[in-house]
Ligand binder design. Structure first.
Ligand SMILES: [Zn+2]
Length: 623
């Protein structure tokens, strides 16, 4: 059988002079319109001249008891109010109130994990102690009224003392894995984000929707019982006080080497000669300008380390895993390749943290410079999961995205481009890039859970959340990638990241930045995929003859821009493939493709590598 590929070059007319005016036709909520009026943002996708971001720096001292799972902590937040507003109320996320008796939760956590929630024992704001009887709780938020308002452009000191029982049986983004191996996340009172869009982001946390974080420096001390090793999102500051010299030598060697060094092995645990002292240890970690802090502990996990050179800087890589893990022995090497992939290919921005740590807990969850990942049984899954969670270092972390409102901004991108990494490194010759995601899309597109991406994630139900955040969004990004080509798509990500690194971009900043890179108003693409009800659905229309030429009409009733992949088989056994970019749908809902005048056996629109909610109208067979 002979296959002929017809390459059709479409000439796009540059609309660069008019696109910035046209973008105003994108539906824009009042809150965002106000940001333009206030000059905190612009309709070019750049931060405005009045843009601000507040900054909390955390100094935390805490202890964790793995037997009782009690965390006792004390923190001082140095909080810079960089807004022009006086803040008369302060909101804090107490994420662990997810487990509090009586609180709303998106899923059951079992009776044994229900707690009294976070017990706040002291709050001092700028030397004034707060009357704890006068604080408020709303879902997982704590709200307090300081004696004096926090003034514009002021630096403030907030001290909080607290304790709570960390989750036991439930493993969600953290928890206990096996016997006394813990990943500890969302464990300290965290001041909410006060931004230029909705001011205080104070919806609280009920499980599905993720997080929204300001950037700050973390200086964290954690006291643990003897024999435990701790890893974290930060850099360990006192390794020399904790480990015997032979381990320090190995740790330092890994920081300078591409080789994978086994820092702690099963034999090391058996020798029981790892630590300098027999007493409990206090672990000191630092991180700079990061959006969160998490840590993990174990007294039997194996620890591998290596490093990778990116732009003349070595990034440390650590993996901590159970001895019988199915795949974690490979994760240090995979992580090295993934850091190179993200740094050099997509988004082609140097990996933003000095280290990366993969802890073998469960599921898959991202933290800045750290992930909590379960075991996988196939190489493809390990490649994907490692790259997915690491990719979040850029989105949401590097770019400060609001996952509570627009979960698709990070999950959509990070569902899409790690698949390019898997495609590159998999040994599986049958691997079809993006196939599973498209299957998921085609199954549920145009159903009740298929809601527009611009409906804020915190205003949709848990049932629609996954499809919206991961599936529809990544398919939209995949179509955008095909439309723009890799070079422009990467340039768009880079410009967006450069404009918004360490800030809080919203979808409009993304759209306008990509308009600039595309050199045209992409509203025709943004509207259906991001703002409207509906789904991708091409169908075969009339086969017609005009002036002795044969044409097939491709119909796009929903108007969702998707690329066209058409295969026509002729009775003489010729097979021709016709490929068009989604730009054919810019103005039209019908597109004519000229076929050969040979007798046709079959016409088929692809619905395996093209999103299509209804594939039953994709085939014509002639007898
Ligand atoms: Zn994710």
């Amino acid at each position: 059988m002979k296959i002929i590929y017809l390459h059709l070059i479409l000439i796009t007319i540059s609309l660069s002079n008019s696109f910035s005016q046209k973008t105003k036709y994108l539906y824009t909520p009042k809150e965002v319109q106000n940001a333009y009026k206030n000059d905190t943002r612009t309709q070019t996708g750049e931060p405005g001249k009045n843009y601000f971001i507040n900054k909390p720096d955390y100094k935390i001292k805490a202890s964790f008891n793995p037997e009782t799972r009690e965390i006792i902590g004390e923190e001082t937040i140095t909080y810079s109010n960089n807004s022009t507003d006086s803040l008369d109320l302060l909101y804090f996320n107490l994420y662990m109130d997810f487990f509090k008796k009586g609180n709303t939760r998106d899923w059951d956590v079992g009776k044994t994990d229900i707690t009294e929630g976070v017990n706040i024992t002291k709050i001092i704001v700028n030397n004034n102690e707060i009357d704890l009887n006068k604080t408020g709780n709303n879902s997982s938020m704590l709200v307090i009224k300081p004696k004096n308002k926090l003034l514009p452009n002021s630096t403030n000191s907030i001290t909080i003392e607290w304790n709570f029982i960390y989750q036991g049986k439930t493993t969600v983004r953290g928890g206990e894995y096996g016997d006394k191996n813990f990943f500890i996340s969302y464990w300290f009172p965290k001041i909410a984000v006060y931004d230029d869009i909705v001011w205080w982001n104070n919806h609280g946390h009920t499980g599905s929707q993720e997080f929204y974080n300001d950037f700050g420096n973390y200086d964290v001390e954690i006291s643990l019982p003897e024999k435990y090793i701790a890893w974290s999102t930060g850099i360990l500051q006192n390794a020399d006080k904790i480990f015997k010299d032979e381990y320090i030598t190995k740790i330092n060697k890994a920081k300078e080497s591409d080789e994978i060094i086994h820092i702690i092995t099963t034999e090391d645990y058996a020798k029981n000669n790892i630590f300098k002292t027999k007493a409990p240890n206090t672990w000191k970690f630092n991180s700079e300008n990061t959006p969160d802090f998490a840590f993990a502990i174990s007294k039997n996990y194996l620890w591998d380390a290596t490093s990778v050179l990116i732009n003349n800087k070595r990034i440390s890589i650590n993996t901590a895993y159970k001895e019988n893990s199915t795949d974690f022995k490979q994760v240090a090497e995979i992580s090295k390749n993934a850091i190179k992939f993200f740094s050099n290919e997509i988004p082609a921005i140097a990996y933003p943290y000095p280290q990366f740590t993969a802890f073998n807990g469960g599921g898959g969850m991202e933290f800045p410079g750290m992930v909590n990942n379960g075991d996988n049984t196939s190489l493809n899954e390990t490649l994907y999961l490692t790259a997915h969670e690491m990719g979040h270092s850029y989105f949401p972390f590097y770019t400060g995205l609001n996952e509570q409102k627009y979960a698709w901004m990070d999950e959509g991108l990070i569902t899409f481009f790690p698949q390019l990494f898997v495609e590159k490194f998999t040994n599986d010759t049958n691997y079809v890039f993006f196939k599973n995601t498209l299957e998921g899309y085609n199954k549920s597109a145009n159903s009740f859970i298929d809601v527009p991406l611009m409906i804020p994630s915190d205003n949709i139900s848990k049932y629609a959340y996954r499809f919206q955040s991961y599936t529809r969004s990544s398919v939209a990004f995949y179509e955008l990638y095909k439309l723009l080509g890799k070079e422009k798509f990467v340039a768009g990500l880079q410009l967006f990241a450069q404009r918004w690194n360490g800030k809080h971009p919203i979808p409009y900043d993304f759209f306008y930045t990509f308009n600039e890179i595309a050199g045209e108003d992409l509203a025709w693409f943004w509207k259906p995929w991001f703002f409207l009800m509906g789904a991708a659905d091409l169908s075969l229309g009339k086969l017609e003859t005009i002036d002795n030429e044969t044409f097939i009409n491709i119909e796009n009733y929903s108007g969702f821009p998707v690329s066209i992949k058409l295969t026509v088989k002729y009775t003489n056994n010729d097979e021709k493939k016709y490929n068009y970019s989604s730009s054919v749908w810019k103005t039209a809902k019908t597109f004519k493709i000229k076929l050969l005048n040979d007798k046709i056996k079959e016409i088929r629109l692809d619905s395996e590598t093209t999103p299509d909610a209804f594939s039953e109208n994709n085939t014509m067979i002639f007898k």
